[in-house]
Design a protein around this ligand. Structure first.
Ligand code: CO8
Length: 257
């Protein structure tokens, strides 16, 4: 597979997908989206990959959708462009492997919306977050209007969406958008330390936990509790459950396949 606008690296069960279009601050044009889609399909299909990390090359994570590519688009062109991003973002949100965003710089527009699709979010202290779409006369088209309110509540989300104001990493941490903020030089070390901790756990159990949490976000607890029950029952008798229980009885760390 030959990728130009994202880099794909795999080591010790951890895949890293790096946005790599530095001349446009990693803005998401159709080619970046196509490469991202291919890289995501690759890590989903690779049984060796247990955790997926996303980061950006240079001073930007993703500076949004490509304004120059969108310029002049009307009707179906823009619907198709938006739909492509929406489908890939949703695929990332629902993929059974856990994802971690390592936000190294600007996460604007579609970049901020991308962060909202990931499971666990780190940023360096210099990272900046912004949904500037209303300053461009458009709407966030990669589902920021849907995911941000779910993440931080409707009133706080509306303020960010209506003003287009910039958030620092500290602001995003306080709002609950981020899990952790680090010094720039520590970002990847801290991300990989957590990725390793997750990769050492049962991948099959984590995939079911993620599916249960995602499903439960949109349903009543009386339905969600039955989903959890089904997944719990599905774990019993699996190699990971047997190894996990044996490790407890034998007073040793579990070694999952
Ligand atoms: N699209 C295209 N090119 C971009 C983008 C972008 N989003 N962001 C930066 N670039 C390009 C610049 O044009 C510039 O290229 P050139 O040198 O050829 O002019 C290069 O990247 C470097 O950028 P700057 O010189 O501006 O770098 P600065 O460090 O001075 O500024 C900023 C960095 C503050 C990030 C600034 O570049 C900026 O404000 N960029 C635009 C950010 C933005 O508005 N993003 C939101 C876009 S809209 C969006 O994401 C909607 C998502 C859903 C769409 C769904 C489709 C319908």
């Amino acid at each position: 597979m030959s990728l130009k606008y994202v880099l794909l690296d795999k080591k010790d069960g951890i895949a890293t997908i790096t946005f790599h279009r530095p001349e446009a601050l990693n803005a998401l044009n159709s080619e970046v989206l196509a490469d991202l889609d291919a890289a995501v399909d690759d890590v989903i299909a690779d049984d060796e990959v247990r955790v997926v990390v996303f980061t950006g090359e240079g001073k930007s994570f993703i500076a949004g959708a490509d304004i120059k590519e969108m310029d002049g688009c009307v009707g179906l062109d823009i619907v198709n462009y938006s739909r492509k991003g929406v489908e890939i973002f949703r695929k990332i949100e629902l993929m059974t492997k856990p994802t971690i965003a390592a936000v190294n710089g600007y996460a604007f527009g579609g970049g901020f919306e991308f962060v909202l699709c990931t499971d666990i979010r780190f940023a360096c202290s210099k990272a900046k977050f912004r949904l500037p779409e209303v300053t461009l006369g458009i709407v966030p088209g990669f589902n920021g209007t849907q995911r941000l309110p779910k993440c931080i509540g409707m009133n706080k989300a509306k303020e960010i969406l209506f003003t287009g104001k910039m958030l620092t990493a500290a602001d995003a941490l306080e709002l609950g958008i981020l899990n952790h903020v680090t010094e720039p030089e520590q970002l990847m070390d801290e991300v990989y330390a957590m990725a390793k901790q997750i990769a050492d756990n049962s991948a099959s159990a984590i995939s079911l936990v993620k599916a249960a949490v995602n499903a439960g976000a949109d349903m009543d607890i009386d339905i969600g509790k039955n989903i959890e029950l089904g997944y719990m029952a599905a774990c019993f008798g699996t190699p990971d459950q047997i190894e996990g229980f044996n490790s407890f009885k034998e007073k040793r760390a579990a070694k999952f396949r």
